[in-house]
Write a protein that binds this ligand. Structure first.
Ligand code: PLP
Length: 412
């Protein structure tokens, strides 16, 4: 049952087993933060963890920390902490570089594993995925093709029998549509294609089962639902069965079998470590570690249930205000965000700005989507209620028509 009053929401909060997590985040007074799908909130433990890394590990222990503080192994130890959140084994995930760079590594690896030469992507994917696929294809002499995922086109395209690798987002960044990972992976494999899954809007947002789905490769960022901070390093998953043959293009010394032999020739490490390239941002790794230690105590089943209850509530309130959504109504097809369609031409951006002025932070995605992310670790049901109420008022009163809400910043 969706709560019908603010008091119902308060009652849900009082009974919420995840409620104590809110205290573990820094949340400014008067702000309802619905943009944790773009930049997660700051865990309270992060500043102390980063300060310790800087003052003790770096400042006092200096170069010794490569061994004593486990710096060299951070890509693997952090990968092992992400693994349970994405349904992978500890030795199938490494942390390092950014999502775009990891997309490039996995796509070229997959192309080199195949005797085919088409990268199939989805037309509406996040732009960097499309751009990197273009780059990976041109570097290897392959071609890129795009399909509309939400029709019969995908199956028909795969039947052509020339697809080396399929690149998809598990949760669509605009609409919040959740894709059937096991079903699509199976379909691709039946047609001889490998699959790279982009988990940017999945990790920490929805349960993910890479192993159970038979996925080949995956990438994802840690600064969204995982709360690791702006520009935090990304992760890369490679199924164990591919490790021995994986030939990734950014062959650097951190991926070498014996980096401290300082030999002249490249010889890849065994296992997922071969996907590493060079030295990693260890200060940022400390922030990631603090945020993953919060996640280690969170039950993903509870997170999912609360996420669905919150998005149900927000969708219902928005529908009452006459605002439609492109986020699927079915739970099985919904991620952890709600994408509302602007009620009239050109109103989406200023409505979001008017909400931000009231302390309700969401974002706008061109050309017409108002996007709101729901993060069950630090949001309350009353926040969802208040945000929907603010939206209703901003739309009904025409508050958004004030000229100041139409001025655009560099980042939307
Ligand atoms: C956020 C996001 C990215 C980000 O890529 P960066 O290299 O971290 O800038 C990539 N893909 C998708 C689908 C995203 O949502």
């Amino acid at each position: 049952m969706t709560p019908a009053t603010r008091a119902d929401c308060a009652a849900l909060d009082a009974a919420d087993p995840l409620a104590p997590f809110r205290e573990e985040f820094v949340l400014p007074e008067g702000v309802v933060y619905l943009d944790g799908n773009s930049l997660g909130a700051l865990p309270r433990s992060t500043p102390g963890r980063v300060a310790d890394m800087i003052e003790r590990e770096w400042g006092r222990d200096l170069i010794r920390s490569w061994n004593d503080a486990g710096w060299w192994d951070k890509p693997r130890t952090l990968g092992a902490k992400i693994a349970p959140l994405v349904g992978a084994a500890a030795d199938e995930v490494v942390v390092g570089d950014g999502t775009s760079a990891n997309l490039f590594k996995t796509l070229v690896t997959a192309l080199r594993m195949s005797d085919r030469s088409v990268v199939l992507g989805e037309a509406g994917n996040f732009p960097t995925d499309l751009y990197v696929a273009e780059g990976a294809a041109s570097l290897t002499g392959a071609t890129q093709r795009r399909v509309d995922l939400d029709g019969p086109e995908l199956a028909r395209d795969l039947e052509r029998g020339d697809v080396a690798v399929l690149l998809l987002s598990h949760v669509d960044y605009r609409s919040g549509t959740l894709r059937d990972m096991p079903g699509i992976t199976r379909l691709a494999h039946e047609h001889g294609a490998l699959v790279v899954w982009d988990l940017c809007h999945s990790a920490g947002a929805v349960p993910v089962d890479l192993s159970g789905s038979g996925a080949d490769f995956a990438v994802g960022c840690t600064y969204k639902y995982l709360n690791a901070g702006p520009g935090a390093p990304a992760f890369l998953y490679a199924a164990r069965r591919h490790h021995a043959v994986a030939d990734q293009p950014l062959s650097g010394w951190h991926g070498h079998a014996r980096p401290f032999d300082f030999t002249a020739g490249y010889e890849p490490a065994e296992g997922v470590s071969r996907f590493l390239s060079g030295s990693q941002p260890l200060v940022a790794d400390a922030a990631l570690e603090a945020s993953l230690d919060v996640w280690a105590r969170a039950d993903m089943g509870l997170v999912r249930a609360k996420s669905l209850a919150m998005t149900d509530l927000f969708l219902e309130r928005a529908a009452r205000a006459g605002i439609s959504s492109i986020t699927p109504a079915e739970h099985a097809r919904r991620g952890s965000q709600v994408a509302l369609v602007q009620p009239e031409e050109g109103s989406g951006y200023p409505i979001v700005q008017a909400l931000i002025a009231r302390g309700v932070i969401g974002d706008f995605r061109a050309p017409d989507v108002m996007r709101f992310g729901f993060t069950p670790l630090y949001l309350r049901y009353v926040d969802v209620w208040d945000a929907a109420q603010a939206l209703l008022e901003v739309v009904e009163t025409g508050e958004w028509r004030q000229e100041r809400f139409s001025r655009r910043g560099r980042v939307t």
